[in-house]
Design a protein. Sequence first.
Length: 218
Amino acid sequence: MRRGIIFDNLHTADDWDLILTAQEMEPPKVKTKYIDLPIGDGSIDLTEAIYGDVSLEDREGTFEFDMLCPPAERADLLSAIGSYIHGKKRKIILPDDDQHYYYGRMAISSFKANGIIGKLEIEAVCDPYKYKLDPTIYSGSIGAGGSITLSCSNSRKRVIPKITVSGAVSIAFEGNTYNLSTGTWQTTSIIFKEGQNPITITGAAGTTYSIEYQEGAI
């Protein structure tokens, strides 16, 4: 496969004859908050004071391509590319990290013709995190003992998992217990942090469960 980027379901090289020549995806900047001390050394760091975690700014990406189509076809191809990405939000999968995707709003920033090869630059403003291609899912059924404890691994981004159960259960998480009836639930009382998140599900034997969430890394 020629070197390119996947925008949703289209590959720039395979579908448009756009060969990736340079890429830059900036890491997200940290949203910091410091209060200077008029008397005394240093400052007070309030960066994590409100949410108990660091907040991040959007991240920006720039991608440069060689356009290999015949010059007579450039206008139509540029129109097709613009219709597909310009001003729209797309999933972005980079060739060197094909197990994650970025998600952001895209724009064609420049096009220059250099003889028989065109030079196209595309920019994107993306979410701070890159996401796993597929959501993380823990599923199964409660055994004869009436409960099961799971250790749900999560990346950097805090997430609220989607919990689906086939019968009434109680969920023990971080010292608290929550009663859920049959159905699918999300509650801000259950937030997975980075690392291992132990959770215990108690209910009748045979009750099925599914815990699903989208992991995000830096």
